[in-house]
Write a protein that binds this ligand. Structure first.
Ligand code: PBG
Length: 326
């Protein structure tokens, strides 16, 4: 044994904080909230303990609770009063997100990000408009280019309602460029885009689809979300979003994809965000309910690891709970 090298010298309680390479702060976290136009009371989300769908009337109150913990930013998801084949409730002025964002930005000082997607708004649950076959019947395939226009319209309607940042998550090619162009044209040149740049077709979204009521009614998302087997492809995806004007680059999910977080960190100088998704949250909760894991310690270690891998920002359902302990 080499007697002189003793890394343990630097592991005493006194020196640990001085040498800590990674910090986790409340200001690194973005808390997701769900606003539901079909309810007039706050309803717990069964698959995501501690989270609720709240009516528009309680949206500002919900965000104020989050702000109390020290978390400064929220991302808003909406459940509309009705759905149709194009998802038209996604971009209307009196839509659930538009109404909620107006209230939140008027009544709180939170930084408001909106998720821009169609899956909660289409009756088929896909993230865009479906291609039609020769007879005009919808197929199982999302029409990429036809979806760009409505996604851009949705982003503009969010900015108009007062969103500080928009976060497109539909994984359509050219989506960031189309949104940037329409935002600029509408005068929202100062609204940044956080792109879900490398978003995988993941089983870890299960609990969210329950929370936001956005499960595909048929088919799957493999033809637009990324194959979990691929890492190099993620770099191409991210690069395109950078060229199209993305301001913040997101990887999603987080823990099973820390290699991608690290790759994006090393390749690009943009801020990197990681989405610690619903399944990552639900697993820790389920195990802690059994007494098999300590909830708070496991959550903290998860988020610390996501930062250590290279994320600057973390979207996480643990935001509120952890922030109160940081
Ligand atoms: C799409 C969207 C999804 C999530 C965020 N935005 C669902 C999906 O792609 O199926 C998942 C978030 C999570 O699981 O926590 N609008």
């Amino acid at each position: 044994m080499n007697q002189s090298a003793r890394p343990r010298r630097l592991r005493t309680d006194g020196i640990r904080p001085l040498l800590s390479e990674t910090d986790l702060e409340a200001s690194d976290l973005i808390a997701p909230i769900f606003v539901d136009a079909t309810t007039d009371e706050r309803r717990p989300i069964e698959t995501m303990p501690g989270h609720e769908r709240v009516p528009v009337s309680a949206a500002a109150e919900r965000v104020a609770e989050i702000r109390e913990t020290g978390v400064e930013a929220v991302i808003v998801f909406g459940v509309p009063e009705s759905k149709d084949d194009e998802g038209s409730r996604a971009w209307v002025e009196d839509g659930v997100v538009q109404k909620a964002v107006r209230k939140i930005s008027r009544e709180t000082d939170a930084y408001v990000i909106t998720d821009v997607c169609l899956c909660e708004y289409t009756d088929h649950g896909h993230c865009g408009i479906l291609e039609a076959d020769a007879r005009g019947e919808p197929t199982l395939t999302v029409d990429n280019d036809a979806s760009l226009d409505v996604l851009a319209r949705t982003a503009v309607s969010h900015a108009k309602a007062g969103a500080d940042m928009v976060a497109p998550s539909a994984m359509m090619d050219g989506m960031v460029g189309a949104i940037r162009e329409e935002l600029d044209e509408a005068g929202h040149t100062e609204v940044p885009i956080m792109s879900y740049a490398a978003k995988y077709e993941s089983a870890f979204y299960g609990p969210f689809r329950d929370a936001a009521d956005g499960a595909p009614a048929f088919g799957d998302r493999r033809h637009y979300q990324m194959d979990p087997a691929n890492a190099r492809e993620a770099m191409r995806e991210v690069e395109l979003d950078v060229e199209e004007g993305a301001d913040v680059l997101m990887v999603k999910p987080a823990l099973p994809y820390l290699d991608i977080v690290r790759d994006v960190r090393e390749r690009f100088d943009h801020p990197v965000a990681a989405y610690n998704v619903s399944g990552e949250y639900a697993m820790v909760h389920a195990a802690s309910e059994q007494g098999w894991l300590d909830l708070e310690e496991t959550a903290y270690e998860s988020l610390l690891s996501i930062k250590r891998a290279g994320a600057d920002l973390i979207l996480t359902y643990f935001a509120e709970d952890l922030a109160t302990h940081l």
